[in-house]
Ligand binder design. Structure first.
Ligand code: AMP
Length: 214
């Protein structure tokens, strides 16, 4: 199974990507996660990307495409993969097509998780993640049992630096300008499935699985 998850920031791509990659036994590739690891480690890529990320802007295509190409060569991608947060521009989508054509491994589907803007700000600003195990929570919609503590491993939860109200607003503007055109790009290729992301997490997953079966 080779999938792309599309949707604005806060739509639930990361949450669904974790579940779906487990369900299908394929690699979960989040370009945002790879970038955050690089920023934490202070690698040259991380140093170059950090400013863009803090402002809620996109990291330049060339850096992202090189990073994805390297990731796709890892052995765990043989069985398939699920992209979360990539591609985010038309040139990234074209580069992905070229990479996959060369490997004769075309995409099976692209799933767009649709959520209106007004819901997204509340979702993104309430999001908390566990830096130790990657578990995700929401202070209103999916709170941990003990405030600020990861249910799964007991670590202190953190808020992503770019989940402040101001940066989320900027990320939404960037999404509409640069990423939303991908919806038509994949629709024209006959690959697009759209699901309502306002449902519960379980219901969104079920809807996606049903769309993939259909
Ligand atoms: P995410 O975790 O997917 O929301 O990504 C967090 C930030 O990383 C974004 O706001 C961008 O600055 C950067 N980023 C992640 N994926 C990409 C991508 N495919 N293209 C450009 N920038 C990206």
């Amino acid at each position: 199974m080779r999938l792309v998850l599309l949707g604005p920031p806060g739509a639930g791509k990361g949450t669904q990507a974790k579940r779906l990659s487990q369900h299908f036994g394929v690699a979960h590739i989040s370009t945002g996660d790879i970038l955050r690891v690089n920023v934490r480690q202070g690698s040259p890529l991380g140093k170059e990307a950090a400013g863009y990320m803090d402002r809620g802007e996109l990291v330049p295509d060339a850096l992202i495409i090189r990073m994805v190409e390297e990731r796709l060569h890892a052995p765990d991608c043989q069985k398939g993969f699920l992209f979360d947060g990539f591609p985010r521009t038309i040139p990234q989508a074209e580069a992905l097509d070229a990479l996959l054509d060369a490997q004769r491994q075309p995409l099976d589907r692209t799933v767009n998780i649709v959520v209106p803007d007004e819901v997204l700000v509340e979702r993104a600003t309430g999001r908390r993640t566990c830096p130790a195990c990657g578990a995700m929570f929401h202070i209103r919609f999916d709170p941990p049992r003990q405030a600020g503590i990861c249910d799964q491993c007991g670590a202190q939860l953190v808020q992503r630096q770019d989940d402040t109200e101001e940066t989320v607003g900027n990320r939404l503007r960037v999404y509409h300008q640069q990423t939303a055109p991908l919806i038509d790009y994949y629709r024209r290729k006959g690959l697009l499935a759209e699901v309502d992301g306002r449902q519960t997490i379980d219901a969104v997953e079920e809807t996606i699985l049903a769309a993939l079966r259909g």
